[in-house]
Design a protein around this ligand. Structure first.
Ligand SMILES: O=C(O)CCC(=O)C(=O)O
Length: 284
């Protein structure tokens, strides 16, 4: 293997090889993924993995390193943020899921809906193949992407979330306002990006992994519309002003399949939520 082969790979693939070796993944399986998703020649894929191995990757200390993550202190039943007391209603340890009461006031919920309603368009998903957004039958809500701190109300809520989850506001993506009418849903999916897929992998370049999600309920819904976590048998019903927080990775920042979740179909009423995704690093 000539020594320059690995540096000629795109940086996300070099990172992918190093990360997967460090996690103990099988080189043969990694090479298959590189051929399938990265369209690399099989010999180049195998050689690049071998070079990374001989450079010491994959022989990192066996014990993975705990990484800081967004976290909510559930030692008390109330978290005092600078401008509002937030109730802890329920908590699950693994995956980390915390149900929050009173994150937003009724007035803030109404104002957020009124602020973004005119901008609602059909919500897309990220394509597995190229990372572009596309419409999909699995997601039938309408949504509006708000820029971070684009108005005083949005900045206020973002600052509150940052204090609540002990994570910098600049690591947050812009808030997403979503509307689900009768029958609308978001079928089971993950919020984390799968680094083995070329489309989602592109999204890791800006800010890294989505390490946590906050779903804020802006309306009461007569029937349906819960946020369900099928792998852990949990369903959180929408209640105006409340929210659910969940960590998308484990404590080592490895994406957690237990975080599979869905927006259940709305049966009666209209569901409005605001979703906030938190990245590993500044999202600029
Ligand atoms: O609609 C919900 O309750 C969940 C929304 C969701 O999963 C998302 O926006 O990623």
């Amino acid at each position: 293997m000539n020594k320059t082969a690995l540096p000629s790979l795109p940086v996300p693939w070099q990172t992918w090889i190093n990360d997967n070796l460090a996690r103990g993944c099988e080189p043969a399986t990694m090479a298959q993924i590189m051929v399938r998703d990265g369209k690399f020649e099989a010999t180049l894929a195998r050689a690049a993995i071998e070079e990374a191995r001989s450079a010491g990757f994959g022989h990192l200390p066996a014990a993975p390193v705990l990484q800081p993550l967004p976290r909510i202190d559930t030692a008390s039943n109330v978290v005092r943020t600078p401008d509002r007391d937030v109730q802890i209603l329920a908590a699950l340890r693994a995956p980390r899921i915390v149900v929050l009461g009173s994150l937003l006031s009724d007035e803030e919920c109404d104002a957020l809906i009124a602020y973004g309603r005119e901008r609602l368009v059909r919500s897309p998903v990220v394509s597995e193949s190229d990372g572009n957004t596309q419409l999909h039958a699995h997601r039938t809500s309408r949504g509006a992407m708000l820029q971070r701190a684009e108005c005083e109300l949005v900045a206020r809520i973002e600052a509150r979330i940052a204090a609540l989850v002990q994570w910098p506001a600049e690591n947050g993506e812009g808030m997403q306002l979503l509307q689900y009418e009768k029958g609308n849903e978001y079928r089971p999916h993950y919020d984390w990006f799968d680094a083995s897929r070329p489309g989602p992998r592109k999204h890791l370049e800006r800010g890294g992994q989505r390490v946590a999600t906050v779903v804020m309920y802006l309306s009461d819904v007569e029937q349906g519309g819960g946020t369900s976590f099928p792998n852990v048998g949990l369903q959180v019903q929408p209640k105006k002003g409340s929210a659910v927080f969940f960590a998308n990775t484990d404590a080592y920042r490895v994406p957690d399949p237990q975080t599979l979740h869905a927006g259940e179909p709305v049966v009666q009423g209209v569901k409005y939520i605001a979703t906030k995704w938190l990245r590993e690093r500044a999202y600029v």
